[in-house]
Ligand binder design. Structure first.
Ligand code: HPA
Length: 230
């Protein structure tokens, strides 16, 4: 079973028409999934919508594990810290920084994980993008901030020395997936330059425009991975 995790851009996507809605009870709350053959789709923000800093990652990943997901492909929206990483393109990260919030399933026992991204899943994901001609770069450092506000120019001035892209969700998901043994790869949708990276002021309109433009490629990718596994 393959699991897709997506964000708000996929909420109204028509590609999940005909996928069956399942409700999974977890120790962390109820999770709604959509399932078809050996694929599952999870909208990470849930319903009713939870903003990035309140996403129930524990319930989401627990539910994926519980229904037998063996690999997760996530779609995460990010801002770019580098001129060369342009909005409208994608990046598959190979490392991350998330110092401010680190979720765990291990609250009652002594168990450490060595964090790493799954290179085999990332390679597979990259190869799946190739025939679809999706403009994607392999490798890069994802920095997770808490949200829901975007970063200040001063914060971005600091972060750009350490990473390539900034988002609010991926590191938490990878961390919990590592703890429960689900290989995880992310295709990050570059939806804007981070605040202050270019002279053009950052606006939510601009981000939403790029989200809409990138959606088609994301839908093509999910569809192709799903079809490839039938
Ligand atoms: N910062 C943090 N998260 C984001 C951004 C950003 O600029 N764009 C999309 N998600």
């Amino acid at each position: 079973m393959i699991g897709f995790i997506g964000g708000t851009s996929l909420t109204n996507s028509t590609i999940f028409k005909g996928w069956h809605q399942n409700s999974i009870e977890t120790p962390y709350g109820t999770v709604i999934l959509k399932k078809r053959q050996s694929s599952v789709f999870l909208q990470r923000h849930g319903s009713p919508y939870l903003p990035p800093h309140r996403i129930n990652h524990h319930a989401n990943i627990w539910a994926m594990k519980h229904i037998g997901v063996e690999e997760i492909i996530a779609i995460n929206s990010v801002g770019s810290l580098k001129h060369a990483i342009k909005p409208g393109t994608f990046l598959i990260p190979d490392d991350f920084i998330s110092i401010w919030y680190i979720p765990t399933f291990f609250n009652d026992k002594m168990q450490f994980t060595v964090p790493r991204m799954d290179t085999e899943s990332a390679d597979r994901l990259y190869r799946q993008c190739e025939p679809l001609k999706i403009p994607v770069k392999k490798g890069g450092i994802y920095i997770q901030t808490q949200g829901p506000r975007l970063e200040t120019k001063a914060e971005i001035g600091m972060l750009k020395r350490f990473g390539d892209i900034v988002g609010m969700t991926m590191a938490s998901e990878v961390t919990l997936c590592l703890e429960c043994g689900i290989p995880y790869a992310s295709i990050c949708s570059v939806d804007n330059y981070c605040n202050g990276i270019t002279k053009i002021p950052l606006t939510m309109d601009e981000i939403q425009k790029n989200v809409r433009n990138n959606l088609q490629n994301i839908e093509r990718l999910i569809d192709s991975i799903h079809q490839g596994r039938l």
